[in-house]
Every structure is written in C-alpha cells, then in structure tokens.
Design a protein around this ligand. Structure first.
Ligand SMILES: C[S@@+](CC[C@H](N)C(=O)[O-])C[C@H]1O[C@@H](n2cnc3c(N)ncnc32)[C@H](O)[C@@H]1O
Length: 332
C-alpha cells in the first residue's frame, strides 16, 4: 500500500488504508467495488489484498489515476517514453500557456504542460493514463495545499517541490507511478455511482461528506487537474472566473439537503453486495447515528468503527482543529 503515490486529495484514505485493509480482510472473499475511488488508494489496497476490483469516480482525473495505478497490471513508462514527453512540442500548441497566463505556474511550466500534452496525445491506454497521472501529481505537488482555488501562493511552506520545475516533478512522479504498478485483476470507470451495476462481495462507499454549511465541491478545488487530464476538451470553462474554474458538477451527496435521500438510494443500489463498508466524517451534517440508521434500513446488521483521523488537508496550525473521527460502518 505504501507504494501508492500520495496525492493531496480531500477525503483521501491514504493514512487509514491499513485499517481499512483489516476490515476488508474480515469480509467474505470475492470482487470489490470502490464506488467513489478519488485518489485510488483504497481500490489499490483492495487489489493488493488479492481481490478483483472495480474503481469508479465521476471525475476524469481521479479515474485516470485509477486507470494508471489500479487497473494497470503491467505497463510502465520507459526512459524513452519520458524523454519523448519532455522533448520540444510536436505542434507548438499553447492552450494552457494562453489560458492560464499569470495564474498558478510560471510560463515555463505552462509551456512544458502544453508540449508534454502534444506527445501524450500520441499515447494510448495505460501509458497515456500513467503520463497524465504523473502530470497531475506534479501539478498538485507544486500548488500550495494541492488545491486550485487560489492563484497565488498564500504561503510557501518551504517544500522543495515549490522550487522545482513541473518537468522535474513530472519525471519524479513517473518513477513513483511506475513503482506502484502491481499485477492483479482490476478495472477503472469514470461515471456516476448509480450507473455502476455489477455484482460484488464488498462495496466500499466513500461519498463526499455533506458539510453543515455550503457544499463539498471537488471541481472547485481540483478544476485544473480535471482540465489537465483532458486538455480541457469537453470541459466547460467559466471564463468570467479569475481562476478559470470549470463549471460545477452536481452530485446529490455534497449538500445536506439532498444527501440523506442520495445515501438511502446508494445503500439500496448496492443491496446485492455481501457487505457494505461505508466511510463518513464525524464533522459532517449527517450524524453517525443517522447514518447507522440509514444503512440499517438495507442491512441485517451494522457495525460502527470509529477511527481517529487528522485530515491531511489542514495546515500545521489548523491540523489540530481538523482532527476528527472517521466513521467506518460495516453493513452485512
Ligand atoms: C471522499 S472522496 C473519496 C476519497 C477516496 N476514498 C480516497 O481515498 O481518495 C469522494 C469522491 O466521490 C466522487 N463523487 C462524488 N459524487 C459522485 C457520484 N455521484 N458518482 C461517482 N463519484 C462521485 C468525487 O469525485 C470524489 O473523488
């Protein structure tokens, strides 16, 4: 599990993966679904334990991570692939340089992303997914806190990555991605959770947590990575925004008004699974008791496990405040 490249992703279970692995090991054998795969670390954990896995997420960049690092069983980028991606542009394209001029990264980094894409467009399958994953990892590392809601660094936390070029970070990230590739049967899918219709022994459900105020929008934080994974093709840029955000993508799990009904439908949707494993944060608008009752409507028994979790998201000063209990419910 520790071979999995770390990406700062809201709600990532990187640190909790060893505990989740113990929970999964106590459940019936057979295929597993990670229905909201995000960073992909839990799908990877399931794969590493020998289960067949389907990773699903509605975002392209997270599905690309899962395609490269979970679904991919044997392909790696060679030194020659990396040299080609880092060579001068095939066609002189400049969409990123012209669209994001003055935002996020210096011009030389934008030029690298454009020219890298001119070569990645010639790749397909797992190699393409690996190259795009490494680009996304590099871009996330160089952006303070890994989020793209701000265009200028609010603070420099001294990390060496902030002083490296995106090309250097990309080359390092390729090494981490290559090292994570392990054999096993796995697939990745990009789409809505309610369109996943496959039998599974274990369904792992880690939806966005509905917060007490506002909503949990992944596109708002990671729009640049979502664009980078697609070269902004098929994406709707909100040109009036200073940050060149992408249009919001609706998901009923993100707000407290729609989440209870969506969660109820979710547990019903996966009713054929032998076991449901559900992650949820204790600082969300829906309480642990409510969630337990909702799962209980669809399961014979529900066990609640409480894990101490300090969200990787907080800065040093706020990390203490962000410490929260992470619930894991096991419905059988
Ligand atoms: C809490 S995160 C999952 C974190 C993941 N377990 C990890 O360890 O990184 C929730 C994920 O759900 C995805 N998502 C939100 N609504 C969705 C939907 N309706 N269908 C599929 N995925 C969805 C988001 O894109 C996000 O990646």
């Amino acid at each position: 599990m520790r071979a999995y490249p770390r990406i700062r992703f809201m709600g990532s279970k990187y640190r909790l993966a060893p505990r989740l692995a113990e929970v999964f090991a106590s459940l019936p054998p057979g295929p597993a679904i990670d229905a909201f795969s995000g960073s992909g670390v839990v799908a990877y954990t399931l794969k590493a334990s020998g289960r067949e896995v389907l990773a699903n997420d509605m975002l392209v960049f997270t599905s690309t991570l899962a395609e490269a690092l979970v679904a991919n069983a044997d392909e790696q980028l060679t030194d020659a692939d990396v040299a080609r991606i880092c060579s001068p542009s095939r066609d002189g394209r400049d969409f990123i340089a012209s669209t994001f001029d003055g935002l996020y990264f210096p011009p030389s980094d934008h030029a690298f992303l454009d020219s890298a894409w001119s070569h990645i467009d010639e790749l397909e399958g797992a190699k393409r997914a690996l190259a795009l994953s490494a680009l996304c990892l590099a871009a996330a590392q160089k952006q303070p806190r890994g989020v793209f809601t701000v265009t200028t660094p609010r603070y420099d936390d001294g990390r060496r990555q902030l002083r490296m070029s995106l090309q250097e970070l990309f080359v390092e990230a390729v090494g981490r991605c290559n090292a994570a590739v392990i054999p096993g049967r796995a697939r990745a899918r990009c789409g809505d959770v309610f369109d996943v219709n496959e039998p599974a022994a274990v369904a792992y459900l880690d939806p966005p947590y509905a917060p007490p105020r506002d909503d949990t929008c992944y596109v708002k934080r990671y729009h640049f990575l979502e664009g980078l994974a697609t070269y902004w093709r098929g994406q709707e840029i909100m040109w009036e925004t200073r940050t060149r955000k992408l249009a919001k993508r609706h998901t009923p799990f993100a707000s407290k008004r729609t989440a209870p009904d969506a969660l109820d439908r979710l547990f019903d949707h996966f009713r054929a699974a032998d076991a449901l494993v559900v992650s949820y944060g204790s600082n969300a608008a829906i309480s642990g008791d409510e969630l337990e009752a909702l799962i209980g409507r669809h399961r014979r028994s529900v066990e609640r496990i409480e894990l101490e979790h300090r969200y990787a998201f907080g800065t040093h000063a706020t990390a203490q405040r962000r410490a929260a209990t992470e619930y894991v419910f096991v419905g059988r």
